[in-house]
Design a protein around this ligand. Structure first.
Ligand SMILES: Nc1ncnc2c1ncn2[C@@H]1O[C@H](COP(=O)(O)OP(=O)(O)OP(=O)(O)O)[C@@H](O)[C@H]1O
Ligand SMILES: [Mg+2]
Length: 287
């Protein structure tokens, strides 16, 4: 079975999608892994940074996105077919990346997730479609080496579906005070979910994102985060950090003509940091 990692944080804009998509690219291209990105966020950011928007629209209209999976739960239908919904060899590098697949999300997920939420018991998780994603993907997951799940900035029923198939999770954090204060509630909630559903979901670590190394606030926050790990309050903080860089922000443009990871993320600089982050990720998941 693959290594399945959810990328989560309750806070928005901390780099969850950027890190998910970057890790997927590096795992597929530099490590020749078979990778599936699951976009669970109705904002569809991971989806439209991997495939052109027009392609997404056509798929969404024909029930080949994650929307259909949750619509089936509410309407008691069985239209979602993982094999049909997954796009193979996506992304823009050199005209599509071999081994990088995508299960796309949908804007329509916003509406349906409210109805799915009403079906769910969030105390003991004994009622509700917690395992809809697991059941739908049972036949396709064994094909992959790595699955990366881009979660919305919440721990609602859609994210829980991702956690229900995850062996681990990563928490991207921007090094500021509010982001750091937001970490313990995430750890507690995932821990509670893992205990209720009898699953071991390992906190792989914290990834520092959008770091400005020359800023005193940022370096001080990174120091504090690493100390909190030493005091065993937090999971480890990855050595590799993702620098703030316009090149990384621009990498979300799937229409840009790009041939290499160095071109996509910018080298020297961001490319080397992301490459190191991926190597570190592989070490942590192997433990
Ligand atoms: N390292 C970086 N350098 C510069 N810009 C970045 C970096 N990482 C992310 N961004 C930009 O910051 C914004 C938020 O990033 P991203 O979408 O990855 O965050 P997110 O946590 O997935 O947000 P959301 O919770 O809304 O899904 C985007 O515009 C993205 O391009
Ligand atoms: Mg996102």
């Amino acid at each position: 079975m693959p290594v399945v990692t959810s990328v989560i944080n309750l806070k928005g804009g901390v780099g969850k999608t950027t890190i998910t998509v970057a890790l997927a690219h590096f795992l597929a291209l530099e490590h020749r892994k078979r990778v599936l990105v699951i976009d669970l966020d109705p904002q569809t950011n991971a989806t439209v940074s991997l495939i052109p928007e027009m392609e997404w629209k056509a798929r969404d209209e024909s029930g080949r996105t994650i929307y259909q999976l949750f619509a089936d739960q509410v309407k008691r239908t069985t239209r979602f077919d993982a094999d049909e919904a997954i796009l193979r060899d996506v992304s823009n590098i050199g005209g599509n990346v071999k081994g990088l697949d995508l299960l796309p999300s949908s804007l329509r997920l916003i509406k349906i997730q409210d109805r799915v939420t009403q079906l769910t018991d969030f105390e003991g998780y004994e009622r509700g479609p917690i395992f809809a994603l697991r059941d739908a993907l049972a036949g396709v997951l064994p094909y992959y080496d790595h699955v990366l799940i881009d979660c919305p900035p919440s721990l609602g029923i859609v994210t829980l579906n991702g956690l229900a198939i995850s062996s681990s999770y990563l928490v991207p954090v921007v090094p500021d005070i509010l982001s750091v204060l937001g970490i313990p509630p995430i750890l507690d909630r995932v821990d509670h979910f893992g205990r209720c559903t009898r699953r071991n979901i390992r906190a792989l670590g914290i990834v520092i994102s959008k770091i400005r190394a020359q800023t005193l606030l940022h370096t001080e926050m990174v120091r504090r985060l690493r100390e909190d790990f030493v005091e065993r309050r937090f999971p480890i903080v990855f050595e590799s950090m993702v620098p703030e860089s316009t090149h990384i922000a621009e990498a979300a443009d799937v229409m840009a003509p790009i041939n290499t990871l160095q071109q996509k993320y910018g080298s020297p600089g961001p490319y080397e940091h992301l490459s190191a982050l991926t190597r570190e990720y592989l070490i942590h998941v192997a433990r």
